[in-house]
Design a protein around this ligand. Sequence first.
Ligand code: HEM
Length: 435
Amino acid sequence: MKVSTSKPDTLPPGVRRLSYGVFCWLNRHIIVLRWLAAFLRRFPFVGGWFGVAARASAVRGVMTRPQSFSNSAHAPNLAAGDYLIGMDPGPTYDADKLLLDARLAVLKPTLPASADQEVQRLVADLEKRGTDKPFDLIEDYLMWIVFRAMYPLFGSATDRVAAGAHGNVNDPGLQQQYLMEIRYVAGQLLAGSSATLRVQRRAELCADALSARIAGANDDIRQAWQVPASLKFIERNAVGLAWISHPVTVQSGALIVQELLGRPEVHKALRAKAAQLGPAVWQNGNFRDLVRNHVLELMRFRPIFPLLARDVPRDTEFETGARQNATCSGGGKMTVLSIAAMFDPRAVPDSGRFCPARNWGNQQDLRWLMFGYGTRQCPAKDYAVEILTSALIGLLILPELQLARGEGKAITYDGALMSSMRVCFTAQAAKDSHA
Ligand code: HEM
């Protein structure tokens, strides 16, 4: 964004706290961001002054010019060192991308079965736990589903990576420690370079721990990946893959459940369909499609990346949709307000309505905008959506959930991340289970 060309390190602590606080607040209060988005769509020249692309056409235009609007804007947020998402195209990017594509291909035969299996195990556990005990949707549910579903990414090295070089591979405490570590590293992707120093320090410590953990498991990873590559190559990609794959998917899962619980009618209708199907929920393709469509629509309303930053390496312009193009000075930054594009009524029919069955016609590409756009779109988007679909099916067959009351807030945040989301079964669900 043009307004943020100042270097975060030069910000006085109070200003840093305030600007990061505003960013986090807006992320949590997505509706406010949508109002702002609507304003910038209506008056695109205002977005142009601040270097913000808001209309669908403007966002598409910027995202398809990676040479002029560079992903290197992510680089200052990569606490654990350089990785694909923050690189410009070139030999390193190409080599890393090849490896990533090969790793992702391993998920194809295992998904969604591996996610379904873990969901079924957790659902059985949660049912046993009883209806009066709240649980944390992140730590007791999503974290493990994504961990199991992503297991093939590191293959036979996964347990060693998660337990550390000398840890007991069967210790769930060590696995949990690993999952927290990568969470804080990944959290930096959301405006991390302007985060408070406390948040930055923690991410740096976790990034150091992650690098040491990967170095300790280097031989196992090399064997699992079967790539005759340099140590540096393996380490960069293993560190990157660890933090980029798991936490973002878990956070997205929590966000979609938050959105769904705020829409009781939608929630009830989906539960009713699941109840009708009984044990066949896992085999019924139509139901899975229905839930997948809901996942995408819930993500549209509560995306984890409502906006993306881009560096502007040299002077250029972009088409805001106003009569005149907006100029962007080389050396600055700009913002792609994806949430504005996903709700742009010029491109998305009835854009403000929650409508999982919407016919997107020739705007299908916008439907996936929460995963980015163009050549730099998330390469794991289909897998992530499959995992979230499995996770959601599991929640639909459990007794009805609501956010837990009492003992503090049900949802707690830590910087830009949701750190916990306590849920419990509704009173009605408790009555039904005792009947
Ligand atoms: C719901 C979960 C996920 C969401 C919402 C998500 C979102 C995104 C977005 C918005 C981008 C584009 C960033 C940009 O253009 O600046 C991206 C890129 C990327 N994502 Fe994901 N992602 C998810 C899961 C994953 C997973 C599971 C993996 C790996 C297994 C992954 C790996 C990547 C990589 C490597 C890139 C960079 C691609 C490139 O620059 O060429 N993501 N993701």
